[in-house]
Design a protein around this ligand. Structure first.
Ligand SMILES: Cc1cc2nc3c(=O)[nH]c(=O)nc-3n(C[C@H](O)[C@H](O)[C@H](O)COP(=O)(O)O)c2cc1C
Length: 222
């Protein structure tokens, strides 16, 4: 077997409690703006992960309370929200629109850190979504039009036929489809987690009752 065992991991001298374990919230956990901390961790991950450092597992719940989860890409960290893009007729969209809430986790193996977020969700369907759509490759823009995301598909050939049809219609400048855009997750709760030796990890939970209130930060047991 290769790699480090769970018990050895991070156990080098001086690393007994991992990063940022001072009594106050310091090191990688320091600051008064959780969105700034998230941006800084993501920037670090972009330099460390082999690909898709912005991939996050997005959890939703259906009308019967059955959870659902899938990966999406975190495309923006705004002043008060985390943004991803998708098809508004997809299953995730249906579940988001009916519950008005979602959660996600990002885990970076290279950094041994995770960020968890729970919050309310609204659409990002205006100029920002247009600008993001325009920044995508032409093939991705045409693909967004062609995919009836989450619906049954008879064959790959049927999908490629739709791509050809869309290409013939819009050529090199397809507009953003009306059924495609962003979602903004406005957090009520954010947790920053970093691996520590002997599973004595560091966890800080940021909570606020509404986006007008200030954040309360609590250190949690691992
Ligand atoms: C790394 C990764 C990134 C993905 N990013 C997105 C994304 O940003 N938006 C999206 O709609 N689907 C994305 N997908 C596909 C989704 O995981 C999922 O298959 C699709 O959105 C349909 O999900 P749904 O049926 O629950 O709506 C990604 C998949 C992977 C593995």
């Amino acid at each position: 077997m290769t790699g480090t065992s769970d018990d050895e991991r991070g156990a080098e001298p001086g690393a007994e409690l991992g990063a940022g374990t001072d009594v106050a919230r310091g090191g990688i956990f320091a600051g008064s703006d959780p969105f700034a901390i998230a941006r800084s961790w993501l920037a670090e991950a972009e330099g460390a992960e082999p690909n898709d450092a912005n991939a996050m597992a997005l959890a939703t719940v259906d009308a019967a309370g059955m959870p659902n989860v899938r990966m999406v890409l975190l495309k923006d960290i705004e002043a008060d929200a985390f943004v991803f893009y998708t098809n508004y007729t997809s299953r995730k969209a249906e579940e988001i629109e009916s519950a008005g809430k979602a959660a996600f986790v990002i885990h970076w193996k290279s950094l041994r850190r995770q960020i968890r977020v729970r919050g309310t969700v609204t659409r990002e369907a205006g100029e920002k979504a247009d600008a993001y759509f325009a920044s995508r490759s032409l093939k991705s823009r045409l693909g967004a039009w062609a995919s009836h995301q989450s619906q049954p598909l008879s064959s790959r050939a049927a999908l490629m036929a739709r791509v050809a049809k869309i290409t013939a219609r819009y050529g090199a400048s397809p507009p953003r489809p009306p059924f495609w855009g962003g979602y903004r997750i406005v957090p009520e709760e954010i947790e920053f987690w970093a691996d520590g030796a002997y599973r004595l990890h560091d966890r800080f939970r940021w909570i606020r009752a509404s986006d007008r209130e200030s954040w309360q930060v609590t250190r949690l047991n691992p």
